[in-house]
Ligand binder design. Structure first.
Ligand SMILES: C[S@@+](CC[C@H](N)C(=O)[O-])C[C@H]1O[C@@H](n2cnc3c(N)ncnc32)[C@H](O)[C@@H]1O
Length: 297
């Protein structure tokens, strides 16, 4: 969404996500989550850590049965499906990738979740004007928004939330002294054509400008270093199948970008933050607990 218009964004997303569902299935977990996992054990496995991540998101959002939840940039639908199955919410996911939406729709049908979980191939800017939700998540989307569009994006998300509702923004940001390098140029050119990262404080400032209350900020940088390392190991273990599906160039490009990402998260030039925001002001006041203790117990 980098000041570029919907068409260019759609092409950029297709470049990365429509590569092949089968290719991503080679190295992602069964929920097909393509964002930082949450390792509760130091030697935890990817599958468990991804389930723990989506569940952490659901607990932070304090999802309740019957609530409506919008999953912006829902990927292959993992969070929407989990939230409908385990928290009884009515989930609505949107993704700019047609291949992801088709995969998610087939899975929703297989799991018998029709009516409780809907995934659409749709730009979030095309969600109807009057749509309102109790809770909203955007997991791994801010990287595609474009810094110039933050104000419009955070304002639009806020408009779609009911008063007092919670929004969880999970995304990559860079450290304060971050600079463009040949590595980041490679990423923007070959991997994420519309990628754009900002610093944490810059993002929080735009959130405040859009009148959000910042409830909580958590740094999961080392979890992402480990996630990317797991993805590389799993991709390498199925190298022949990957090459057969997408060819040598894409296989090598993805292997290189995931390896560099793991190194960058480990070194700290980039990090992953979950930011929990509330749409003020609910006259009745927030109803959720006033500490974080129940989230981690
Ligand atoms: C890194 S993936 C994350 C997917 C998923 N949330 C997860 O955790 O696995 C980014 C997602 O954002 C979606 N996306 C980016 N820009 C979008 C837009 N303008 N409207 C809807 N989805 C968008 C992409 O299609 C993709 O599904």
């Amino acid at each position: 969404m980098r000041g570029s218009g919907k068409q260019r964004d759609a092409q950029a997303i297709a470049h990365h996500y429509d590569v092949s569902n089968e290719f991503y299935a080679l190295f992602l977990d069964p929920l097909m989550l393509y964002t930082c996992a949450y390792y509760r054990e130091p030697d935890g496995k990817l599958e468990q850590a991804q389930e723990d991540k989506v569940d952490l998101v659901c607990r932070k959002l304090r999802l309740q049965p019957g609530e409506t939840m919008l999953d912006i940039g829902c990927g292959w639908g993992g969070l929407s499906i989990w939230a409908a199955q385990h928290y009884g919410v009515k989930a609505h996911g949107v993704t700019l990738s047609r291949a992801q939406a088709e995969w998610a729709q087939a899975r929703i049908k297989r799991e018998g979740l029709e009516g409780r979980c809907v995934v659409e191939h749709r730009d979030l800017r095309d969600i109807p004007e009057g749509a309102r939700y109790d809770k909203i998540a955007a997991i791994g989307v801010i990287e595609h928004v474009g810094i110039a569009n933050y104000r419009a994006f955070f304002g639009r998300v806020r408009d779609m939330l009911n008063d007092g509702g919670l929004y969880l923004n999970h995304g990559i940001h860079h450290e304060f002294h971050w600079k463009h390098t040949s590595q980041t140029d490679f990423l923007y050119r070959y991997v994420f054509p519309n990628g754009d990262l900002s610093g944490v404080t810059e993002t929080l400032t735009e959130m405040e400008r859009a009148q959000w209350e910042i409830v909580d900020v958590e740094n999961l940088r080392l979890h992402y270093a480990r996630t990317c390392r797991h993805w590389v190991e799993r991709l390498e273990a199925r190298a022949d199948e990957a090459r057969a599906l997408v060819g040598e160039q894409i296989y090598r490009t993805w292997r290189l970008y995931l390896t560099c990402s793991s190194v960058a998260f480990h070194g700290g030039s980039i990090g992953l933050w979950q930011m929990l925001l509330r749409k003020q002001w609910d006259p009745a006041g927030p109803t959720e607990p006033t500490t974080r203790e129940d989230i981690y117990s």
